[in-house]
Design a protein around this ligand. Structure first.
Ligand code: ARG
Length: 556
């Protein structure tokens, strides 16, 4: 359609590559180019629009595209497409791979998850996992080579704290013979962390152990490995439940292995500044609207910092994968950290590809503040999942007898759709009751729509006649045509909520179709047409749900 418009504009002497966009009112699509042209060509937009519409109407191809084209208001061109056009496009779309989305083949490292070893996952880890995995799925679907890395926090002070706790509890056992389990870990970390807040000496000791661990102390290494193994297996269990997966289970400790190479390289770049014995990189830039503090690389006692581990990780990723892009799906409150790290990586000539932080908002409680338990701590992710499951089961008597696997799929759908329907930058209130309902913009609503249609569809030829049978039929066909550009937009901006929004709109449109058209008891061409449309509708729903990490239960 845009090509035909371009031809007409050019033949009329207007040099423009016109866009045709979806219309919300009175038309299917519209073209707003005439306003921009008005200035250059010193003509009223409405006049240009009139010329274009007249010329379009004289085109021999007009009927292939349009039912009606008209000038609206001060110079819009309103477009109502022909039934033939809709069906032609739909036939084309049904024959295309990856739902007509454009193909890409970049190498992209995605950093999401970011849990800290020795601490259980909490609500704050939900978004990184769910959004990160969805972005990963979308980029892969488009043909990119993605490498996902969980980037564990595995060498911070919590490790020194737990190691010191073990040394206190097992004073006489050789480190290799010490046996600890998850329960022990779950008690020891909070105990030691509280102790550090009360007792300066303990705190100092834990910091010292952390530093020696980072320097490779063999005894601490042995204990460290035990803690990592236990904790990571527990973290994996929850990620598995959420169908969140990583190619790499690297952590900050891997970054430390790069420092022998990276630090001399940075020295050579001449950007490390001595500051009171510490080393920093000045990352201020001209035109900064806010003060960007320097990036801290090494403390005066030789200890490295959070930013250093992210730089080391970039160093390793560049070496291992030569990526086109490295993207981070991490809490938006860390945005300053990433500005500093990205600038340091640039200034230090560590990486010249694309570095992008997709900072997400917080999951909030009813008070619209970041979710907390009654006692004020962070709610464990596992407990949140349990709560959602309980609420879902309590909704209806029948839910109690549902297949366990199906329940888990629905729990996943509730949580993920609730999260992914928000632009990731926004905070949102976690309202389990609302998210679990079958009515409204929820995961269960989409699943329910899919299953209801699935029940009535039968095999079809997969061909379409040129007929359209009603307004709601037409609306559904038009809606399906949007899918390619929705996927492209979600991928380009790394915003899965475009898919969630579209899935909801498509479901509403499909339900409208279902309610307003006699679907059963038909035969012949109309039946085949309807079955083809509904089959394709469900294929789209299935595909997009998969991209959002949502699996479909057998029944609901
Ligand atoms: N472990 C970090 C934290 O708890 C998050 C890591 C995010 N990823 C990164 N590459 N910095 O704050």
């Amino acid at each position: 359609m845009e090509q035909l418009f371009e031809k007409v504009f050019k033949e009329l002497g207007y040099d423009v590559t016109p866009k045709v966009v979806k219309s919300n009112k009175d038309a299917d699509f519209q073209c707003d180019e005439c306003f921009k042209l008005a200035k250059d060509y010193h003509k009223a937009p409405v006049m240009i629009a009139g010329e274009v519409v007249d010329k379009l109407k004289a085109e021999p191809e007009f009927d292939n595209y349009f039912k009606e084209v008209s000038v609206a208001g001060p110079g819009f061109i309103n477009i109502i497409v022909s039934d033939k056009y809709i069906n032609d496009q739909l036939r084309k779309l049904m024959g295309k791979e990856i739902l007509g989305a454009t193909k890409e083949d970049k190498t992209i490292v995605i950093d999401y998850g970011g849990p800290n070893v020795a601490k259980p996952l909490h609500v704050g880890h939900l978004r990184s996992a769910v959004i990160g995995q969805a972005i990963n799925n979308i980029l892969k679907f488009k043909g990119n080579n993605t490498i996902s890395d969980v980037h564990l926090g595995d060498i911070g002070t919590q490790m020194g704290q737990v190691i010191y706790g073990i040394l206190i509890d097992f004073p006489d056992t050789k480190p290799e013979d010490i046996e600890i389990d998850l329960d022990y870990l779950n008690v020891t970390y909070p105990k030691m962390s509280a102790l550090c807040k009360e007792d300066e000496k303990v705190k100092a000791k834990c910091l010292q152990i952390t530093k020696e661990l980072q320097d490779g102390d063999p005894t601490y290494r042995i204990l460290w490995q035990k803690i990592v193994d236990l904790s990571v297996s527990d973290i994996k269990r929850i990620y598995d439940y959420l169908d969140v997966h990583f190619d790499l289970w690297y952590g900050e400790s891997h970054a430390y292995k790069q420092f022998d190479e990276m630090m001399p390289y940075l020295e050579k770049q001449g950007i490390l500044i001595e500051d009171d014995g510490a080393k920093i990189i000045d990352v201020k830039e001209e035109g900064d609207k806010i003060e960007i503090p320097p990036c801290l690389i090494q403390k005066s006692d030789g200890a490295y910092l959070y930013a250093t581990s992210d730089l080391g990780t970039i160093w390793q990723r560049v070496k291992d994968f030569k990526p086109d892009e490295i993207i981070y799906v991490v809490d938006g409150r860390q945005s300053m950290h990433f500005v500093q790290v990205f600038r340091a990586a640039n200034k230090g000539k560590i990486y010249n590809g694309v570095l992008q932080h997709h900072g997400f908002g917080t999951v909030n409680g009813e008070d619209n503040k970041p979710f907390k338990t009654r006692s004020g701590g962070a709610l464990k992710l596992e407990d949140l999942i349990k709560q959602v499951k309980e609420v879902f089961i309590s909704l209806r008597e029948e839910n109690k007898n549902m297949d366990e696997e199906d329940i888990d799929k629905i729990v996943n759908a509730i949580i993920k759709f609730a999260d992914l329907q928000n632009n990731l930058e926004r905070n949102y209130i976690f309202d389990i009751k609302k998210f679990s309902g079958v009515a409204g913009k929820t995961g269960p609503y989409i699943l329910y729509t899919y299953l209801r249609i699935n029940k009535i569809i039968s095999e079809s030829s997969g061909k379409l006649s040129n007929a359209i049978y009603s307004e709601t039929d037409r609306a559904l066909r038009l809606k399906m045509l949007e899918v390619s550009s929705v996927i492209d937009q979600a991928s380009k901006e790394r915003r899965p909520h475009y898919l969630a929004d579209y899935l909801y709109d498509l479901s509403v449109t499909a339900n409208n179709f279902y309610q307003n058209n006699k679907v059963s008891g038909l035969d012949g061409i109309q039946k085949d047409d309807f079955m083809t449309i509904l089959n394709f509708n469900n294929y789209i729903i299935e595909t997009l749900l998969e991209l959002l990490g949502i699996k479909i239960p057998k029944a609901m």
